[in-house]
Design a binder for this molecule. Structure first.
Ligand SMILES: [Zn+2]
Length: 214
């Protein structure tokens, strides 16, 4: 069984797992996700319930080769990465920012589409869980520790009860063809699909650093 090694807010998550009798493998999903995310953020906790539900609907396990979409970059991508190993780096996680609190999972395919499931926070069901509803709608601040604990408790109380799912077919992105070019400004090599004007992005609109001495 996975164990947390830190101490900060981790006691809170262990306390909630015990209180709500969350057993493995779901218990392990919460522990590794909390460790990976660095604290038990509400969106990450809901994301764990979403991943667990999606796996069940698809009748697959976390070791199966899956592909994921997160419709928000907040919190939800982390359970997908650490539980399913669908990562940005291995190109099995896409973040398509619709802003909705939803994920989709699908199997690999050589076709244009693949069978999958989409899990989302259901507005009608959120009515019964006012703290979560308020948090998702950003109607009030949950920055205080006390409020955050209350919110997380309601998330465990709700579990899947705030979620709905639908069977979907997910588009498979085509691999982009590219050739390597050298930026005339910095002299570094990059794929031509990233040209901005006549230079690489960093020598153009994507500039994010300045060189400093020392
Ligand atoms: Zn350049």
């Amino acid at each position: 069984m996975t164990q947390l090694t830190g101490d900060k807010t981790e006691c809170e998550i262990i306390g909630l797992l015990d209180e709500f009798n969350i057993v493995s493998p779901l218990r392990d999903y919460f522990i590794v996700s909390t460790e990976f995310h660095s604290y038990p953020a509400p969106g990450m906790l809901i994301g764990v319930f979403m991943v667990d539900l999606a796996l069940e609907v698809l009748n697959v396990g976390p070791k199966d080769r899956l592909y994921a979409v997160s419709e928000t970059k907040k919190c939800a991508p982390d359970p997908l990465q650490v539980i399913l190993h669908c990562t940005i780096g291995n190109n099995r996680l896409r973040i398509i920012e619709t802003g909705r609190f939803a994920i989709a999972l699908n199997l690999g395919s050589k076709e244009e589409w693949s069978r999958g499931v989409r899990v989302y926070a259901d507005l009608e069901k959120l009515e019964y869980f006012p703290k979560i509803h308020t948090w998702i709608a950003k109607k009030a601040s949950f920055h205080s520790k006390e409020k955050s604990c209350e919110l997380n408790r309601e998330i465990f109380k709700a579990g899947r009860k705030i979620l709905s799912w639908e069977r979907v077919r997910v588009n498979i992105p085509k691999k982009e063809q590219w050739n390597s070019v050298v930026c005339p400004s910095c002299g570094e090599m990059f794929p031509d699909i990233y040209i901005h004007g006549s230079t690489c992005g960093a020598c153009g609109p994507l500039k994010y650093y300045e060189k400093v001495c020392g």
